[in-house]
Design a protein around this ligand. Structure first.
Ligand code: NAD
Length: 282
């Protein structure tokens, strides 16, 4: 990984920060994408304290905003001649139904459109680094979900879990279609489940009951962030996944996602609908 440029979203806490540290330890040059400058400074200070020779820089964006994703992508494309690894990781659960300024349900906007639009806008830079990789942090939460194409952007009121599960299904379908579109380019794309990990995930819930539930179950059941980051680092840096693209991984092994996550027609339709929402050519 020496000198390889790794762009990691959601890199200022949780699984993303741990993945950054593990990749930095392998010599990667890190571009950490965060949202909160205070947390960003703290994350970078923590990394530099552990890895004095680390090459790293911070960028900020609200990845639930299509305009901010475009601004970030323009800045990154101007600053970086190539991107060896793009890790789409920033994501969240929202327990209240809310629409963003773009009129998209917030979970869909951040967890799916954030990955989709940033990846599409940076694709030429990733291709320029081939052999290169795109890593997509999904979740086993996708297993009981199906997409609702009559309301893909989630404008109709749904509960937070339905929106979250659908967004993680969208991550896997997006990766499937991306891998197909990238066949023969030398760029591979794989998605993963990190495990149930003790991070800040769920701490933003507005309902006290939900925060308590997350807090308690994380304390009892969750693995530490360093372990949660292992499959990301495996897909980003190990030799073995080089032959595999479009797969879904857990515990550093390829595994079968749900039937809905293997539906190629849904993957194609999601790609096209997402392009329409983002104002891109499919
Ligand atoms: P976390 O809350 O610690 O980290 C989430 C990261 O996303 C943070 O760095 C945060 O700044 C960033 N983020 C959130 N909203 C953003 C926005 N609007 N714009 C830019 N960045 C934003 O949680 P985590 O557990 O490290 O989550 C990372 C990924 O792992 C998510 O995609 C999540 O869905 C996935 N995941 C987590 C678990 C788990 O058990 N923690 C399980 C499965 C999947």
């Amino acid at each position: 990984m020496k000198g390889k440029v790794c762009v990691i979203t959601g890199a200022t806490s949780g699984i993303g920060l741990e993945a950054a540290e593990q990749l930095g330890r392998k010599g990667a040059r890190l571009v950490l994408v965060g949202r909160d400058p205070r947390r960003g400074d703290a994350a970078l200070a923590r990394l530099r304290a552990k890895l004095p020779d680390l090459e790293a820089e911070l960028r900020y964006a609200d990845l639930s905003s299509l305009g901010d994703i475009r601004r970030l992508a323009t800045d990154l494309a101007a600053a970086l001649p190539r991107i060896d690894v793009l890790i789409n990781n920033a994501g969240a659960f929202f327990d209240r139904h809310e629409l963003t300024a773009d009129g998209l349900e917030r979970t869909f906007a951040l967890n799916h459109m954030g990955y989709y639009l940033l990846t599409r806008l940076l694709l030429e830079k990733v291709k320029a680094a081939a052999p290169s990789r795109i890593v997509v942090v999904a979740s086993d939460a996708h297993r009981s979900a199906t997409l609702d194409f009559s309301d893909l952007a989630g404008r109709r009121r749904t509960d937070g879990w339905t929106a979250y599960r659908r967004s993680k299904l969208a991550n896997i379908l997006f990766t499937l279609e991306l891998a197909e579109k990238l066949a023969g380019t030398g760029v591979i794309a794989n998605s993963l489940h990190p495990g149930f990990v003790a991070t800040r995930f769920g701490d933003n819930s507005r309902r006290l009951g939900m925060r308590l539930l997350f807090g308690l179950s994380k304390r009892i059941l969750a693995i530490p962030p360093a372990r949660g980051a292992e499959t990301i680092v495996y897909l980003a840096a190990s030799a073995e996944p080089a032959a595999s693209s479009g797969g879904y991984f857990a515990k550093c092994r390829e595994t079968q996602p749900s039937a809905a996550a293997r539906d190629r027609d849904a993957a194609r339709r999601l790609w096209e609908e997402s392009a329409r929402i983002a104002g891109l050519d499919p």
